[in-house]
Design a protein around this ligand. Structure first.
Ligand SMILES: [Zn+2]
Length: 212
């Protein structure tokens, strides 16, 4: 198992460029043409029966993958009695594409926060994870983006995000280590300053991953 703990936000934002969000919609017919060319360059015949519809299917997939739901509208509910209780949402599994090899990575996401008079709609967590998975990514940046978005929505720094990733670029190429898992974690506010809270969160995240 490879473990890398995400560094502080300041260090990361200095080192990591802003993620590439498209300004315009995907031109699917142009993408399909390019896939046809790729098939030819790979020594295949794009006119053979099994490949006839492939460029269109691949182009449609790219378009869908790069157009995830908007994560910006958050639903928060007032719960004035609630503060100091730990809320953890685990078992969220999203697929993304590693930007170094354009191969899939499966990201198991656990997110937690400490509410203070307001709680966030639970389904929102999965939507946020899906939103940031729908781009060419690296796991470290994904972890930070999910954490920063949750921090914005909740309006507090008390947010933790842990991600365990399986990267096909490690499993099916290069070192071919199928059992390799990459773990990243972002701890903000009390999750950083309170060792008990930090440990509670990581124990829960590990239990989620071991159960899958
Ligand atoms: Zn890769």
């Amino acid at each position: 198992m490879t473990t890398s703990v995400a560094r502080s936000e300041a260090a990361l934002s200095a080192a990591v460029p802003a993620p590439g969000r498209r300004a315009t919609a995907i031109n699917t017919s142009r993408v399909a043409d390019l896939i046809t060319q790729l098939i030819v360059e790979l020594g295949e015949d794009p006119a053979r029966e099994g490949l006839v519809g492939t460029p269109d299917r691949v182009a449609a997939w790219w378009s869908a993958f790069l157009s995830p739901d908007d994560a910006s509208t958050a639903t928060c509910f007032t719960e004035s009695q609630l503060n100091g209780q730990l809320v953890i949402v685990g078992g969220m599994s999203v697929w993304s594409l590693c930007e170094h090899h354009m191969l899939p990575m499966n990201l198991q996401v656990t997110a937690g926060y400490v509410p203070d008079g307001e709680v966030m709609g639970l389904s929102k967590f999965g939507r946020i994870a899906q939103h940031f998975a729908g781009q060419l990514q690296v796991q470290e940046r994904f972890t930070r983006q999910v954490a920063e978005h949750l921090t914005d929505v909740i309006g507090r720094e008390d947010v933790a995000v842990a991600v365990r990733g399986v990267h096909l670029c490690m499993s099916m190429r290069g070192v071919r280590m199928e059992a390799a898992r990459t773990t990243t974690a972002h701890m903000g506010g009390r999750f950083k300053s309170d060792p008990m809270l930090n440990q509670q969160f990581l124990t829960f995240a590990a239990a989620q991953w071991n159960a899958t």
